[in-house]
Ligand binder design. Sequence first.
Ligand SMILES: C[S@@+](CC[C@H](N)C(=O)[O-])C[C@H]1O[C@@H](n2cnc3c(N)ncnc32)[C@H](O)[C@@H]1O
Length: 496
Amino acid sequence: MYIYPDLTESLHRLWAAGLVISPWLAGIDGNARFDPEIHEFLHDRSRECAFIHWTEAERALAIGDLPAPERMAQIAVYETAASAAVNLAHQKTGELDVTEAMAFDALQRVENFINDHGFATLMQLYMLETCWENLNALRYFGEIPERDYVRGSWHRPWVDYSLGEEVLFAYSLGNIELEKRGEHRFVRLTDEGRRVLEKTTDALQRAGYFRYRLETLCVSQFNLFNNYDKTDRMVWPNAIDERRAFLEWVGIKAGMRVLELGCADGVLTFAAGLAERVGPSGAVVAVDPSTGMLARARGKQRRQEIDWVDFRQGKAEQLPVDEERFDIAVGVGYLHFTNRSEALQEMKRVVRPGGVIASLHPLKMDFTAPFFREWFAPILDLAAKREEKPRDYLLHPDEAPRDFKQAGLEQVEVFMSSSELVFPDAKNVVQHFIRGVGWFGEELAPLPWKAREDLIQELIERGQSVCARYSDNERRIAWPAQSIRARVPEEPSGKE
Ligand SMILES: C[S@@+](CC[C@H](N)C(=O)[O-])C[C@H]1O[C@@H](n2cnc3c(N)ncnc32)[C@H](O)[C@@H]1O
């Protein structure tokens, strides 16, 4: 068995360089991945790069004596640059369209990474990640027709080259086998392949890869979520009133300096009245990692001519704030997406002593209503097979209060509320909860691409049937939410 060295540090360096391998972000809508000129540019430059840097010494370092096909080196450069270009597009514009400048930037980053850390490191990372994608798909489906496997159409449909080299390599290592039945050949995992998959899964888990992948997917979903404010109000009839009541409870007043976290398209900022409360004598800095959401928020701002709100790209764990100090840091429906202890420390850094940190977030809810179980059975079944509850990222009521206290905040106060979620029609519900805000993202993210897409399509079809058979009244569930507020100590508490 090929044993990978511990690649945790290398993986973190790769991310720090703005590089990813395998773009789970790819918008697969039947279009080619890039304009032909961009494809050609990346293709030619990858070949040159591999020709120069994939030396005998690097090869020996990366794979020893293993018989890896020569073209894999070029593909590793191409795939990393192509994925990084899509990632750059998603970070800079919130869309997945790659410009020439982005492709150039991505390739430059790959070359810098190779110069700094060696081709062998890039190659091992590429092999580790793609090996996981390839073997995980076989584990999930049991077998995949050879042609689909080589084209990646079930598990990596964004690739615009053949996976033949990778398949050959996996075959030569004994990780996969082929079975001929009638006219067709099918690819399956061997026992060795199963063991390799277990080891790569462990290695990637330890390195934080799955968490990173989930976070990237989450921001990408928000980028592409065009009609968030519309579907939010469709499924949550009290959406605006609850946010307004929360702002009142937090005590936001005219003239305050407020930091808003996870502002998305500005629903709390504008529709729920945060900017209006603060008024032109105060200021709002509103932060979100999703460029797509920020573009929509800025559009609303222009239409309303409000110039005391400053939208900035960033995440709660790493705030784009230097010297400023705020009276209040506030946010709705974002805390469960963050690393809470890091986010709270960051907020403490930028809120003045005696200032307030507050959040309104949904809590774990009861998914046992008959209509819901029937509708979302394909996801609930994934968890049931593991004899677990579905992974849904929502918080337990005691989690945020504990984290607020552990962060050294004082006078922690909690207010519990319950409103209702309604499920008006299949397409909007699935768009909002699954493709949009990412319910059950942890269940869906590890699935091979086709399995995830098929499952989402199945949810729409099941939803249509459920909506036809259950009344509007029956298609509701209680939605518990928690408001929490606390003060930053006047004096350092020494608990950090
Ligand atoms: C469900 S929306 C909530 C938006 C809005 N505050 C509201 O009242 O509806 C969650 C938002 O959190 C953002 N988000 C995700 N991860 C985040 C992080 N680490 N820090 C800050 N915001 C984050 C997402 O991009 C998204 O726009």
